[in-house]
Structures are given as structure tokens and as C-alpha cells.
Design a binder for this molecule. Structure first.
Ligand SMILES: [Zn+2]
Length: 349
């Protein structure tokens, strides 16, 4: 089978398109014929050597996978050959203390899903979810790491309610877009933060009530609080991290919930603890997506409540170009690659 292989960390040109051996299968795994694979910033930092957890080289990367079940392991009961599925980033054991208490994303026996930059990939059954026919692979592959995490943040961590105000940082990103869509659907008034004036209309189009264009890291917190009658927003869904923190925390209302979903730069944040207790703020970490959350995400996408934004679909042989596009962050929406044989079957760019 054809695959994009990286033999060491490096620039986008590090990928070699070559013949690789067909994946081996364990009893609790399925082999997917890859329909599409999302290319995320996480892939970029794996490729350039910044992100090292569970990474070794040579590597067939790609963790956002959708495809058709081609082979099933001896223990598989949930899937049959021919089923369409999408994946989450990890499988969980289902048996440990975390898994048994609805906290499977913390499972210590979790296994990474990886290998979507190829024609076939073996994944643990636990990491896969059935997909209805009407969701194309190029939308489905990004549901878990994007919309699934947003669902975890908006519904299950922040518990957003009707009539609340929600601020989403990095609103044009892979988690930001579905967070805006879900917060609006939940009955909240949504403030979307972006650095680019060019993306204002697109954010209004996906459901934001108000767009804040944050130029040069300016602190919009006080002015937003003033606009909201001196209080602030009930919930922050922060997909950016340290660089977004000061303004977003300033914008938070008393008893507000601040959800940390992403960290793009690795910088520290400084805060006087008194600011946290004066606000009675709740600081909440959002971790990944569970299988049930991904199933719910697929259902919401089927109803059109979540609409993944796909900027570009490229054949796998142009993986270097896909990585350059993700690095440049020039597009709103996700970059997706498909094996060239799949791509040739009538896909448009
Ligand atoms: Zn477990």
C-alpha cells in the first residue's frame, strides 16, 4: 500500500511517498481502508519534533481518520466489513477506574490512533464510531478531534445553558468553529474572537452573534465587560491558551467558567490568585473526546447542527503542501488528505 512516511523529524519535505507493508492486526483491532485523514496543527508539531509523546520514527502520521472497515480482528463484535467509521485519537481499556467512571479520556492504558497518511490503517475497535452514509469521509475525519472536543467543552465541561454568554477564542480553528456552532445551538449568545478582520463574516455565517477582532493581542476584556453591563461572559472556551488568556479572563463574569481546550505556544500565564477567587471563577481543563461524545457529535453532524468547515482536500501525495497550508494558518477550516485512489474518485478541491 502507498503511504507517506517520515523517517525523522523535519520540514514538510521530510515525507517520502512510498510502498509500505499492509498493517498487521491485533484481535481487538479493525483495519480501515482510509477514506480521508485530517491534517491538524498537532500533526505539524509531531512532524517538526516539538511534540514527542508516543511519537517514534519512522512514522506514518495522521490521527484524524475516516474510512471503511476492510478487515476485522478475532474479537470484533461492533463492526462488520464494509461499515463506514470515523475515529477518536485514542482507544481506552474500558476496565480501569477512569474508564469505569465516565472518564475514559484519562485511561492510563489508552492506545494512540495513528497512521492515516496511508491507504490502510489498523485501529483499536474502541476508538471507532459508526458513520451514516450522508456524512462524507472528508467531513467525518475531523469530527472527533474538532467537534467532539468542542462538544466535551461546551456541553459536558462548561455545561452551557440557555441565555448565557459564551466567548470562544481561536474561533476560526478546528475546535473553535464547532464550539461556536454548539454554544449557539445550546441557546447562548456567542462572542467569537479572531485575529483577522477577513474572517469576521465567515464567523457570523457559522452562527456567532458578535465577532471580536483582536489586533496585536489587545485586551478587549474591559470593553466587553462594559458592553455586557459591567459583568462579563458566563463561559470562555479558550482554544488558543496562554496568548489569549489575559483578555479572555478579564472578560469573564463573576462565577464564570473558563475552559482550557488548547495551547498553541507553550508560554506561561501569570495571574494573581486573588483575581480567581474575587471572580469565584472555575478554571476547567477539557481533555479529548470520549466514544459516546463522538457518537453524539456524529449525530449532531447528521442533523446539520455541526457543520465541519473543510478548506481544502488534497491527495496524499501532496502531504507536504497540506502541512505548509496548516502551518500558514491562512485558511478557515480544515485541511484534509485522501489516498490518491480515493481522491481520483470525483473529489473537487
Ligand atoms: Zn481504562
Amino acid at each position: 500500500m502507498l503511504a507517506a512516511v517520515a523517517y525523522q523529524p523535519g520540514p514538510p519535505s521530510v515525507f517520502k511517498i512510498e510502498e509500505a507493508s499492509f498493517p498487521e492486526i491485533k484481535p481487538d483491532e479493525i483495519i480501515l481502508k482510509v477514506g480521508a485523514c485530517g491534517v491538524s496543527y498537532r500533526d505539524v508539531v509531531e512532524r517538526n519534533g516539538t511534540y514527542r509523546r508516543d511519537v517514534s520514527f519512522p512514522s506514518i502520521m495522521g490521527i484524524e481518520i475516516a474510512g471503511t472497515v476492510a478487515v476485522i480482528g478475532d474479537q470484533i463484535s461492533r463492526f462488520s466489513i464494509g461499515d463506514r467509521v470515523c475515529t477518536k485519537a485514542f482507544s481506552s481499556c474500558g476496565q480501569c477506574r477512569y474508564c469505569r467512571t465516565g472518564r475514559e479520556t484519562t485511561c492510563r492504558q489508552r492506545r494512540v490512533v495513528r497512521g492515516g497518511y496511508a491507504e490502510y490503517v489498523a485501529v483499536a475497535e474502541d476508538a471507532a464510531v459508526l458513520l451514516p452514509d450522508q456524512i462524507p469521509f472528508e467531513s467525518a475525519c475531523v469530527l472527533g478531534p474538532g467537534a467532539g472536543v468542542a462538544l466535551n467543552a461546551v456541553r459536558d465541561t462548561a455545561h452551557v445553558e440557555i441565555g448565557e454568554t459564551v466567548l470562544v477564542t481561536g474561533a476560526t480553528g478546528g475546535v473553535g468553529v464547532p464550539a461556536v456552532q454548539l454554544a449557539r445551538h445550546a441557546g447562548a449568545t456567542v462572542y467569537a474572537v479572531t485575529r483577522s478582520e477577513d474572517k469576521r463574516q465567515a464567523l457570523l455565517d457559522i452562527g456567532a452573534h458578535h465577532v471580536i477582532v483582536q489586533r496585536n493581542g489587545e485586551n478587549y476584556g474591559k470593553s466587553l465587560r462594559a458592553e455586557l453591563g459591567g459583568e462579563g461572559v458566563d463561559v470562555v472556551i479558550d482554544t488558543v491558551g496562554s496568548r489569549a488568556f489575559q483578555a479572555a479572563f478579564d472578560a469573564l463574569a463573576p462565577h464564570g467558567r473558563y475552559c482550557f481546550v488548547g495551547e498553541l505556544t507553550g508560554e506561561e500565564i501569570n495571574i494573581n490568585p486573588a483575581r480567581i477567587f474575587f471572580k469565584r471563577a472555575a478554571l476547567l481543563g477539557v481533555g479529548s473526546v470520549s466514544r459516546v461524545q463522538l457518537e453524539d457529535t456524529v449525530a449532531l453532524a447528521t442533523q446539520g447542527i455541526i457543520q465541519p468547515q473543510i478548506a481544502k482536500v488534497l491527495p496524499l501525495t501532496r502531504i507536504a503542501e497540506a502541512h505548509r497550508l496548516v502551518e500558514s494558518a491562512s485558511e478557515m477550516g480544515r485541511i484534509v488528505v485522501k489516498p490518491d485512489t480515493e481522491y481520483a474518485q470525483g473529489e473537487t478541491e
